[in-house]
Design a protein around this ligand. Structure first.
Ligand SMILES: NC(=O)c1ccc[n+]([C@@H]2O[C@H](COP(=O)([O-])OP(=O)(O)OC[C@H]3O[C@@H](n4cnc5c(N)ncnc54)[C@H](OP(=O)(O)O)[C@@H]3O)[C@@H](O)[C@H]2O)c1
Length: 328
């Protein structure tokens, strides 16, 4: 099978397309014939050895895929050859076949294409986990989403809206904010031109926001936290800007607000039942048209490096997908 391999750490341009034997599914695993795989921000970090998980070389990058089951390992009862599924692979998704534990596979609704499915579970799964299990978001609350036109940012807008919240979207360009509005944002802030706190005051008045969803970090974190309401919740989702910010601990005290970590990958393993319930709710919202996944670019397998580069260079809107099979 053809697979993208990271043989030496470095930028995406160092990745190689190789012909290697397909993986055999171990007991408890299923193997996918991959039709599409999406780029997630950690893919750019892991190939540079900058991510918390450090697989030994050589390894195949790619953490999320969708396709047909084409083999099942011993002891797998829930899946059969030919099933349409989405999988959180951790590694190896940018390949024609990948083996993955059955617990990390979800059956796909008929209505969802492989391309959409390949970029659905991580971003929407993270957003619903953040708002439901971590922030206990209530209908009528106001949410600020930073990096609002990125993969998880755009998903967070739609999930917060589906849960009845009002959403302020903040991003770095008018093009990104126009996309955020099309996906349901009630108000927008271009933080490349307007001070974030001034923008929040312009939209929300003196009240501030109840929940901040932050996949960006860096210099935006403290001003965002300073605009939070009493009993507010600040969701630490990621650090796409590169810097891990420090919030002075007097701020949560004086604001009676909480800083809450979100780690979707560990939640999926620790509470698979809650993860499955979240996924069912997301599929239902998708079928009802409340979630409208945005795929802004598609690349063939041999151009996977360009797909990762597109995300690294802050150019991605919504999801970037690598198409692999015929049925994408
Ligand atoms: N905690 C979890 O469980 C979890 C789960 C999934 C993802 N994440 C994390 O969430 C973050 C976003 O992931 P994603 O897949 O949504 O990425 P993405 O699509 O690339 O979005 C990231 C956004 O961050 C902003 N950004 C600011 N500075 C940037 C920089 N120097 N380089 C790139 N982007 C920059 C960009 O928006 P503007 O240009 O508008 O600023 C961009 O749209 C990542 O840190 C990822 O690791 C965490």
């Amino acid at each position: 099978m053809r697979a993208i391999l990271c043989e030496r750490h470095g930028p995406p341009e160092r990745l190689a397309l190789r012909d290697i034997p397909p993986p055999e599914p171990a007991p408890g695993e299923v193997r996918l014939r991959v039709q599409a795989a999406s780029v997630n921000f950690p893919d750019a970090l892991i190939i540079q050895n900058l991510y918390q998980t450090k697989p030994p070389l050589p390894f195949g990058p790619g953490s999320e895929a969708a396709g047909f089951v084409d083999a099942v390992g011993e002891g797998v009862g829930d899946f059969h050859v030919g099933d349409r599924v989405a999988a959180m692979t951790t590694f190896g998704a940018f390949a024609e076949q990948v083996a993955v534990p059955a617990a990390r596979v979800l059956p796909l609704p008929e209505t969802m294409s492989f391309e959409v499915a390949s970029g659905f579970t991580v971003v929407y799964g993270t957003a619903i986990h953040a708002f439901e299990q971590r922030a206990a978001l209530r209908s009528g609350e106001t949410v600020l989403v930073l990096g609002a036109a990125g993969g998880v940012g755009l998903a967070a807008i739609e999930v917060a809206r589906a849960m009845g919240a009002r959403v302020i979207a903040a991003a770095s360009s008018e093009e990104k904010l126009a996309l955020a509005r099309r996906h349901g944002a009630d108000g927008t802030i271009d933080y490349s031109r307007e001070d974030l706190r001034a923008g929040i005051r312009r939209i929300a008045g003196d009240r501030g926001v109840d929940v901040v969803f932050d996949p960006v970090g860096g210099a935006l974190a403290e001003p965002a936290f300073r605009s939070i309401e009493r009993n507010g919740r600040y969701l630490v989702v990621g650090f796409a800007a590169g810097d891990i910010p420090s919030i002075p601990l007097n701020l949560p005290l004086v604001k009676s607000a909480a800083i809450i970590g979100v780690f979707w990958g560990s939640f999926v393993v620790a509470d698979p039942e809650a993860h499955r319930r979240n996924a069912e709710r997301l599929y239902d919202w998708h079928a009802r048209g409340l979630l409208v996944p945005e795929i802004s670019r598609r690349f063939p397998l041999e151009e996977t490096a360009a797909a990762i580069r597109w995300v690294m260079d802050r150019k991605a809107l919504g999801k970037v997908v690598v198409t692999i099979g015929e049925a994408g």
